[in-house]
Design a binder for this molecule. Structure first.
Ligand code: NIG
Ligand code: FE
Length: 413
């Protein structure tokens, strides 16, 4: 593989000696950076970086950054981008005033996607998800977690996970795969919840584990979906296969989802619209990353997660898109960055930490991505000329990414 030397970087953000796995509390307002820098990439990895005054004289491909800003590419730690079809008919129902829970109760929502999944070919699912990934890269994303959860039976869940496996192999994006069989109770188990939970534990998990189709396990632990008891059972069984939880929690109420996640050593708990002192206390004693999903809160007009309160309490925070057809039909991380500042009052530095180092942690990639560190994979974004880093969240709707580098290679934007 060829080497690449990037010269004249105006600001190189999120440099790190490999000492930080995440940032929390007041640390989130700080991003270590280097002015007037170079960065050397060898075999897809960051081989060196430093001030231009000591730029190495190497005979290799050169990229002149011309004073522009470079950062790690965004790590989007929560998505559902493998889905059979968009659901804009439900969007109309929402405009007319129906809630997410009401739509779900009528057989819409996740069950609607599950029905369409039955007739969608693996090839069509793959092609559509690949297009979504390509679009996300254009906005600067370099790593994506993808969940199953629109199958809701063994055959269809495995179909989704195989699609994710193929995306891992064929996309330059770094991908992590999460088994979300417990996304909703399927129609044919409507009066037999226990039967569905048993099929997840006794049928789906063993098969998924034997084919090594998942990195993590997820449960939609919330009002109208899975109870704390059901969640506990599924997470315990998944732990037997070495699958760490990343769960949907506290989106629709104070359900105890955060606490059950922490109890099972979840890597992350995501959504978090309903967070009080008890949830914050549980998180403070844990290694679990709280992840806020601004796209879903915005799209469903939900109460906003108390981001500032969590940061003041000393917690880390990550932000992700939750890209899915029902509650967040966008994979645009720059829009998430803007919403982090505009809606959640997070400082530019805090949102950047939330989508780089902390996003990487929330998908178990903290040793590989998320900072500019020697030995980490060279997944980078170079921005168009910007007056200051605050410009990144300040303007929304405009693509500020000029060049994306994935695995050391320039990807066209
Ligand atoms: O993260 N909250 C649960 N699941 C998804 C929505 C999935 C859907 O509606 O298709 C979410 O918002
Ligand atoms: Fe989600």
């Amino acid at each position: 593989m060829s080497n690449l030397l990037i010269k004249n970087i105006g600001q190189l953000y999120q440099i790190d000696k490999g000492e930080r796995n995440l940032v929390r509390g007041s640390e989130m307002a700080d991003i270590p950076s280097l002015k007037d820098a170079y960065l050397l990439i060898k075999d897809g990895n960051i081989a060196d970086f430093g001030p231009m005054s000591v730029v190495p004289n190497i005979n290799c491909e050169i990229l002149n950054a011309g004073g522009k800003t470079i950062l790690p590419a965004w790590c989007d730690s929560h998505t559902h981008i493998v889905f059979p079809a968009t659901r804009e008919e439900e969007f109309i129902d929402k405009i007319k005033g129906l809630t997410y829970e009401e739509i779900a109760k009528r057989g819409g929502g996740i069950l609607n996607s599950a029905k369409r999944m039955e007739t969608c070919s693996e090839e069509d699912l793959f092609q559509a998800a690949m297009l979504r990934l390509d679009e996300m890269v254009k906005w600067g994303t370099g790593a994506v977690e993808i969940k199953s959860g629109y199958g809701l039976n063994t055959t269809q869940e495995i179909k989704m996970l195989r699609v994710i496996k193929r995306l891992k192999a064929e996309s330059p994006v770094t991908i992590k795969s999460t088994f979300l069989g417990a996304h909703a109770i399927p129609a044919d188990f409507k009066n037999n919840r226990d039967g569905y939970v048993t099929s997840i534990i006794e049928e789906m998990l063993p098969q998924i584990a034997s084919e090594e189709l998942a990195d993590f396990v997820d449960v939609f632990c919330d009002k109208g979906f899975f109870t704390i008891e059901e969640t506990g059972k599924i997470l315990e069984a998944a732990a037997g296969y070495g699958l760490r939880p990343k769960i949907h929690a506290n989106e629709l109420g104070f359900t105890g989802g955060v606490q059950i996640g922490v109890k099972h050593n979840a890597l992350s708990v995501d959504h978090l619209e309903y967070i009080g002192d008890k949830e914050i206390d549980a998180l403070k004693k844990s290694n679990t990353m709280p992840v806020i999903l601004p796209g879903a809160a915005f799209f469903l007009r939900m109460p906003l997660s108390p981001a500032r309160k969590m940061i003041t309490a000393g917690l880390p925070l990550a932000l992700a898109t939750d890209f899915n057809p029902g509650s967040s039909p966008s994979g645009n991380m720059q829009w998430i960055i803007s919403m982090g500042s505009i809606l959640y009052r997070m400082l530019p530095e805090e949102v950047i930490n939330a989508v780089t180092i902390n996003g990487a942690y929330a998908m178990g990639l903290e040793k590989e991505l998320g900072t500019i560190t020697i030995g980490k994979r060279a997944n980078l974004v170079m921005l168009k000329p910007i007056p200051s880093i605050a410009y990144l969240p300040y303007t929304f709707g405009e693509n500020k990414v000029e060049t994306v580098i994935l695995n050391g290679k320039i990807v066209s934007v």
